[in-house]
Ligand binder design. Structure first.
Ligand code: FE
Length: 194
């Protein structure tokens, strides 16, 4: 078994944060990069596993791809009414390097919002205006049947936990560690090549 060079993907992620992360986060008062760094800081403060800290850090990486680079739809287009499926594009892309414990909470973090709107009284009311809007584009609250099926999934709990950090990570005043703080954690999580 040979390990691949972990600096390569970690550098690529750092570049994405630096180059694309400065854009607005879907109408919120923080940039994309600030938002993801705040989510990771919430995860670390909560004593989460390194995989879930990485998931929080990378949960919106699908928003960082330009619509022309991956053939995907940008965050701006999401706000214009087209679901960019950023949770899936992000998770699929990360899957080349990271295990399911990282990618699946990323994949499910939008579904977790739809789930919480159905099962938790009061959750919907504390969503930001932008998040309420994207909810409608992303399919709205789950049906009771969909919610029950979601809850049976092996990563449902992690996805719901990540979702709460996602909601909390929109503070324009927050002072949190930068991307470099997570380099070693990310490198340790990489799937070894056979
Ligand atoms: Fe987010």
């Amino acid at each position: 078994m040979t390990d691949r060079d972990p600096t390569e993907i970690v550098d690529l992620l750092a570049d994405l944060f630096a180059e694309q992360g400065g854009s607005e986060y879907l109408g919120e008062a923080v940039t994309q990069a600030e938002h993801m760094l705040q989510a990771a800081a919430c995860a670390e403060a909560a004593g989460a596993s390194s995989a879930l800290i990485a998931a929080a850090l990378l949960h919106d990486v699908g928003h960082l791809f330009k619509s022309d680079s991956a053939g995907e739809i940008s965050g701006a287009e999401l706000m214009a009414g087209t679901d960019n499926r950023h949770s899936h594009t992000g998770a699929d892309w990360l899957g080349a390097w990271f295990p399911d414990a990282v990618t699946e909470p990323v994949r499910l973090h939008v579904a977790a919002k739809r789930y919480l709107c159905t099962v938790e009284p009061g959750y919907f009311d504390q969503l930001s205006e932008a998040s309420v809007y994207t909810l409608s584009v992303q399919g709205g609250p789950m049906s009771q049947e969909e919610a029950a099926e979601f809850a049976r999934g092996p990563y449902a709990r992690d996805a719901v936990t990540l979702r709460r950090w996602d909601e909390a990570a929109k503070d324009p005043e927050a002072d949190v560690p930068d991307f470099d703080h997570y380099r070693a954690l990310l490198a340790d999580l990489l799937i070894p090549l056979l």
